[in-house]
Design a protein around this ligand. Structure first.
Ligand SMILES: NC(=O)c1ccc[n+]([C@@H]2O[C@H](COP(=O)([O-])OP(=O)(O)OC[C@H]3O[C@@H](n4cnc5c(N)ncnc54)[C@H](OP(=O)(O)O)[C@@H]3O)[C@@H](O)[C@H]2O)c1
Length: 333
């Protein structure tokens, strides 16, 4: 495993991180979750990403139990707030009240005194940015979060957060967590150039497009048993948009390209993401330890320019690039 700085900060993280959205506390049983975390640690993954909202708050508890007993200094724990964690009007968003209450609840569930990175899961149009950034800064000053970051914010929102932090003397955000893969490149036009200039590291999610880039979903074929596409507890709804024959047909064209590079398709997808500028880590999901073991082999791989061009040619028009697709809800959910 190779390790990278998180943006311009002094924090080092594993370039392949492990996240537990959809899996822990919902799609997979607790023993499978623990086995994936054990495999991740064994393979040198030190960075673990979760959120208060995952599996209705259960995912943080599962991760807390799976990491129990691991030397705290050897791992980095990241979590987030924004999406609803309860039915109340204040159980959501990025107000000072919800940030403080949610952060404390996350620390309890994760069984830790601090998280390494605390992230705004989306932009909150209902809270003044200064209020959010001051609350984040307080968490840092209290030692409850070591660094702060955002997720799926637009370039101008990140720029404004940096301007306010500099003006007010708040701790600067050091990271952004956007969706990024060979298929979903909407951050390339605006977010990546700004973040490269400002030293904001990208910890990218769904780098394998939720499993699509493994090549296991065949056009017109049956859905693989036990896969996210068959997960009635929630996963199926999220992957649905990718299950279209034109996408799945093009993805199959990546198979010979991966073979030529001496990689599996999933390793090709991860190596592609890790090669792009200002990427600090790719966060993988996994339902079985074997997936973790296969995917970490992408660490340290460099793809030749011919392989990079062949990928673009194979995927052609199905690649999504529109920067307007980086969006947060107009009102709190
Ligand atoms: N900030 C945000 O808004 C946000 C949003 C989404 C995700 N995230 C973060 O990013 C993390 C990863 O997201 P993701 O789970 O969508 O990532 P992903 O790595 O693109 O997809 C993971 C899924 O693909 C399948 N898969 C992975 N490796 C495989 C292999 N070698 N062979 C076959 N199937 C394989 C598994 O599902 P099956 O086995 O079920 O098919 C696995 O759960 C999340 O856990 C979370 O931490 C953040």
């Amino acid at each position: 495993m190779e390790y990278r700085h998180l943006g311009r900060s002094g924090l080092k993280i594993s370039e392949i991180a492990y996240g537990n959205w959809i899996t822990h506390g919902s799609q997979v049983e607790e023993d499978a979750a623990a086995a994936c975390v054990a495999a991740a640690l064994d393979e040198g993954i030190t960075t673990f990403d979760t959120a208060d909202v995952y599996a209705g708050t259960r995912a943080e508890s599962v991760l807390g139990r799976a990491l129990h007993g691991v030397r705290r200094e050897s791992i980095e724990i990241f979590t987030k707030a924004f999406w609803p964690t309860g039915r109340g009007a204040n159980d959501r968003g990025l107000s000072r009240k919800h940030i403080m209450e949610s952060a404390h609840a996350s620390l309890r569930r994760l069984q830790t005194d601090y998280v390494d990175l605390y992230q705004a899961h989306r932009y909150d149009h209902e809270t003044p940015l200064e209020e959010t950034l001051r609350a984040f800064d307080d968490l840092v000053r209290q030692g409850k979060a070591l660094y702060v970051g955002v997720s799926e914010w637009r370039a101008e929102q990140i720029a404004e957060a940096l301007r306010i932090a500099d003006q007010m003397g708040f701790d600067r955000i050091i990271s952004n967590q956007p969706q990024y893969s060979m298929l979903w490149r909407v951050i390339e036009a605006e977010v990546l150039p700004l973040c490269e200039k400002e030293g904001i590291g990208q910890i990218v999610f769904s780098p394998v497009a939720q499993g699509i880039l493994t090549g296991k979903y065949l056009p017109g074929g049956d859905l693989p048993k036990g896969s996210r596409a068959t997960d009635a507890s929630g996963g199926a709804g999220f992957i649905k948009g990718y299950l279209q024959d034109d996408i799945l047909t093009r993805v199959q064209l990546l198979k010979p390209i991966a073979e030529k590079a001496g990689l599996s398709m999933v390793q090709l997808a991860l190596a592609w993401v890790l090669q792009k500028p200002i990427i600090s880590a790719a966060i993988i999901g996994a339902t079985r330890p074997e997936q973790v073991r296969e995917n970490v082999r992408a660490s340290g791989v460099r793809l030749d320019p011919e392989i990079m061009s062949a990928i673009d040619e194979a995927l052609g028009p199905i690649v999504v690039t529109d920067p307007a697709k980086t969006a947060s809800p107009a009102a709190r959910a």
